[in-house]
Design a protein around this ligand. Structure first.
Ligand code: AMP
Length: 426
């Protein structure tokens, strides 16, 4: 039976979803998509469609980004009888409000950093004075991953609180802030697929949030990622699911939320055990670009089971490693400059000189002339993923491929997966 799957979104994550769904034998429509997405696949087809998702016929809908979920897209589609991977607006509050997420975690008994939800600068100053660095200040509302400041400098923390509360830096999303106890330890992105009751894990990944090498510079949407994580065996992943994801899903269920979709726990593996630093209600971007290329087996069937509330299978993964490197525009994240012409890509948007195991996922690209070159149209422009037998090999291939793509002001980190590739060889 032919299967048609609609993917909602237009970034690198949605491109990775489209390719993975296509690889499990389905035809994919991406709305609104991106001109770099249509690409010839061994199985299935990928098409882009500018119509609203509600108007596009499909057997299954997978919603990529958080904003339409927070706005209730999944509710509207379900009301029209559609099978959807993605929570309704009630479940999406887990990401839409950090204050709500924190309340839920405390109710579920999930370990997380101590926190204070605050709308008053003097109160914030009093709390910060009692804490020791690093100081962590977050916007309560959505800020595309950029609303978090982690700093050892108290004055910088106080200035950031003032900018957020006044609405100067993040508008309404920042007029309530969450101050958190600063945690330390390696981070792990654990992405689960839920059917309202049960949760199964995708392979763990690690992403790189800061703009510059050595975890310096401002927070971004993500500058690279890798999967698997050396030293995190399948049994430990299941333990993390028991600590972080399953109790949260149960707490949502007790609150009357039928959560069917992806639930992403951002964990910090601290000296006193794993703690949740955030929950997202969709795949990470760029984690999707390393986790999904490793999927084997029928991803569409697992998605269908989750959407139908009858999850029986779990996704399966190849032993290959994946590394992805984000190419970002000049000025990203503060003020990305658009319009530069991209070289090194062929007419299909993939490498002009193909390399085995490499896929270029498009995010901030456009093609003003349908037969002409791709140009930069957003902050994160491309994500270059390579698969390889080891992280070290995948990393070398990803960087060689990334270096073959050029545009004015191109930014990339040079240390994605560097430590992990060293650990793997020990
Ligand atoms: P979030 O958007 O909440 O995931 O935060 C973005 C990044 O800020 C995380 O990936 C961490 O690197 C860092 N971060 C967030 N919360 C904390 C915390 N409580 N302690 C230390 N670092 C944090």
């Amino acid at each position: 039976m032919s299967r048609r799957v609609l993917v909602v979104g237009s970034g690198g994550r949605e491109h990775a979803l489209a390719r993975a769904i296509c690889a499990s034998g389905a035809d994919v429509i991406v709305a609104p998509g991106n001109p770099g997405m249509p690409a010839t696949m061994a199985t299935g087809t990928i098409a882009i469609d500018a119509r609203p998702p509600e108007e596009i016929a499909a057997d299954l809908v997978v919603v990529g980004p958080e904003v339409p979920l927070v706005d209730g897209l999944a509710d509207r589609l379900r009301a029209a009888g559609r099978l959807v991977v993605g929570p309704g607006a009630d479940g999406a509050r887990v990401e839409g409000s950090k204050a709500y997420m924190k309340e839920l975690l405390v109710a579920a008994g999930v370990p997380t950093a101590r926190h204070w939800t605050i709308a008053d600068a003097a109160e914030a100053a009093g709390i910060l004075a009692e804490l020791s660095p690093p100081y962590v200040i977050k916007t309560d509302g959505l800020a595309a991953g950029k609303g978090v400041l982690v700093t050892d400098d108290l004055d910088e923390a106080l200035a950031d609180v003032a900018d957020k509360l006044s609405g100067a830096s993040f508008g309404d999303a920042g007029t309530t802030v969450v101050i958190e106890e600063g945690l330390t330890g390696p981070e792990c992105s654990l992405i689960a697929l839920c059917d309202g009751e049960r949760a199964v894990a995708f392979a763990p990944a690690q992403d790189f949030k800061r703009a510059l090498d050595g975890d310096l510079g401002p927070n971004t949407g993500g500058m690279g990622a890798y999967s698997p994580m050396p030293g995190l065996a399948a049994a430990e992943v299941d333990d993390l699911m028991d600590v972080a994801v399953r109790p949260t899903l149960a707490a949502l269920r007790s609150a009357g939320v039928d959560y069917r979709g992806l639930l992403y726990a951002g964990l910090m593996l601290t000296p006193s055990g794993p703690k949740v630093i955030e929950f997202n209600v969709r795949f990470g971007d760029p984690e999707a670009q390393v986790v999904l290329p490793r999927v084997t087996g029928d991803l569409v069937e697992v998605f269908r089971q989750a959407a139908a509330g009858e999850l029986a299978d779990a996704p399966t993964f190849s032993d290959e490693a994946a590394v992805t490197v984000v190419l970002a525009a000049a000025g990203y994240p503060a003020s990305p400059q658009v319009g530069a012409t991209i070289s090194g890509l062929g007419p299909d948007g993939q490498l002009a000189e193909p390399r085995p195991g490499v896929t270029v996922f498009h995010a901030g690209t456009s093609r003003p002339d349908p037969d002409g070159p791709f140009v930069v149209s957003g902050g994160r422009v491309l994500t270059v993923t390579a698969l390889g037998p080891t992280l070290a090999e995948a990393r070398a291939t990803a960087y060689a491929a990334a270096e073959s793509i050029a545009f004015e002001g191109r930014q990339l980190r040079h240390d994605i997966a560097a430590k992990a590739a060293e650990e793997e060889s020990r």
